[in-house]
Design a protein. Structure first.
Length: 170
């Protein structure tokens, strides 16, 4: 009985929608967008940016210090910037711990943010994650996202951040 009612409704909406229009300048518009990546590695998720996009949008011509996300100055030769976050204890614990996982999911706990420079080619770096999703966003969306992330970085009164530099070995 439900199918008899649902089918005409679906049919009506499918046939009353305007025909899709494809913009002929779509490839030019796509080329002007910035590419970011969402990656999943085991239990963690991260957003990966091209450093040149961060520098360009942040006002840096040298690829170093930027106004929006000044933390990139610590990664001078990196091509990509990987930003991940999670429960402070669970995220920084080597391996998997059921107690920490439960606590991370069901108890209000402090979180941590990890900013990492990637010094190897993108293709090699993206071999490690289980999932890589490429997203195209415009300049205003990139600026808003970087501002949001930068606002979550803890800074002391002198606007310093805590930095721990360690290499990634594959």
């Amino acid at each position: 009985m439900n199918n008899i009612v649902i089918f005409p409704v679906i049919f009506f909406f499918l046939h009353t929608s305007p025909e899709l229009q494809v913009d002929e300048n779509i490839s030019a518009a796509i080329d002007s967008l910035n590419t970011i990546y969402l990656i999943k590695q085991r239990w963690h998720t991260a957003v990966v940016f091209h450093k040149e996009d961060i520098s360009a949008i942040g006002g840096s011509t040298s690829g170093g210090d930027t106004l929006i996300f000044p933390e990139v100055m610590y990664f001078t030769d990196a091509d990509l910037i990987d930003i991940g976050w999670g429960d402070a204890e669970f995220y920084q614990h080597p391996g998997f711990d059921w107690d920490l996982a439960y606590k991370a999911l069901f108890v209000s706990t402090p979180s941590t943010l990890r900013v990492e420079g990637i010094y190897i080619p993108k293709e090699k770096y993206f071999d490690a994650p289980e999932v890589v999703i490429e997203l195209k966003i415009n300049t205003e969306e990139l600026r808003a996202l970087l501002n949001y992330i930068s606002d979550t970085v803890w800074k002391d009164k002198r606007v310093r951040i805590a930095v721990y530099i360690h290499p990634i070995v594959f």
